[in-house]
Design a protein around this ligand. Structure first.
Ligand code: ASP
Length: 322
């Protein structure tokens, strides 16, 4: 039997519902540890509580701490399962995917309903994750997210519903595998994985979302904080209202990288339009178009790249094309 380490970080999967008030909160002991006998059929399991945080309180520094634990522990375990709140799970998954060095399975999971709620997906998702973590086919795939009978890559997965248990989806390409009662079936392969080890998280990168009628005020406000970088979720294929151009030019002149992704749910950004604020014009100005990432993940990627001292335009362009 394989040896798997479960690292708990908090979130609903680590919480219980108070039956009188309906409030969902963390408990001193992890609620799923009481029913750890379920794990025995799948693997030899050890558990470690890294944090007890609701995931809106998870920061990139916590993510780095987690990456360090995973790299250390993966030397002695066959695979790692991380339980995490679902709100920022995709950012932690992507951070780990970029930073963690191990090729062994690293699976993130969570729950939309705490352990004592009717229809809880907590134990089910944890068992599914263990089943994936012991599969040889789950190695060399980077960090995977297992929820609701599906296996997703960290790069593509996103939380799509506030409350539905089928919340995690990969809008661009779909899941890379499914979990059935009898089998773990991978039906897509991973093309390539690049990792960027870092020892600290010190950079200040902002994320803004474009909207109809947006002017330069927000970008100017960001500039006044002397940021290390800015990610903008642009419109459609990667366009912005024209009044944002002047403050963006000012940032680029100061060598502050500006990364453009789309606020659309699907698709990639492309330099198609040459009008004022169009993606072609933005690219020519020095804005870097990021392929297929959501705004929060592009921000994580820029934080990591800048920490590695990769700030010149061409290097960042290559990193964001990967
Ligand atoms: N608000 C919770 C969290 O992310 C939601 C969850 O875990 O599902 O911590």
């Amino acid at each position: 039997m394989k040896n798997i380490l479960i690292i708990h970080t908090g979130g609903t999967i680590s919480m219980l519902e108070n039956k009188e008030t309906g409030e969902v909160t963390t408990t001193n002991k992890h609620p799923l540890s009481n029913i750890a006998y379920h794990f025995k059929s799948y693997a030899n399991v050890d558990e470690n509580i890294a944090f007890k945080l609701p995931s809106p309180q998870i920061t990139p520094k916590h993510m780095l701490e987690l990456a360090t634990i995973i790299d250390q522990k993966s030397a002695v375990y066959d695979g790692i399962v991380v339980t995490h709140g679902t709100d920022t799970l995709e950012e932690t998954a992507y951070f780990l995917d970029q930073v963690v060095q191990t090729d062994k399975p690293v699976i993130l999971t969570g729950a939309m309903r705490s352990s004592n709620e009717i229809g809880s997906d907590a134990l089910y998702n944890l068992i599914s994750s263990l089943r994936v973590a012991v599969e040889n086919a789950a190695s060399q795939k980077g960090v995977l997210v297992v929820m609701n009978d599906e296996i997703h890559t960290a790069a593509n997965v996103t939380k799509t519903s506030t409350s539905n248990v089928a919340t995690f989806q990969s809008p661009q390409y779909g899941p890379i595998g499914i979990i059935t009662k009898d089998a773990i079936i991978f039906h897509h392969t991973i093309i390539a994985r690049h990792t960027y080890p870092i020892n600290n998280v010190t950079k200040n990168v902002f994320l803004l979302k474009a909207f109809a009628g947006m002017d330069g005020q927000l970008i100017e406000a960001v500039q006044q904080t002397e940021p290390d970088g800015l990610v903008i979720e642009g419109l459609g294929q990667g366009n912005l209202p024209k009044d944002t151009i002047t403050p963006i030019q000012a940032l680029i002149k100061q060598q502050i990288p500006v990364i453009l992704v789309s606020r659309c749910y699907q698709g990639i950004v492309q330099p198609t339009y040459g009008y004022d604020g169009g993606g072609k014009q933005l690219k020519e100005m020095g804005v870097i178009l990021a392929n297929g990432l959501t705004g929060p993940k592009a921000r994580i990627k820029l934080l990591i790249a800048l920490e590695q001292q990769q700030h010149d335009h061409d290097t960042l362009t290559n990193i964001f094309a990967e």
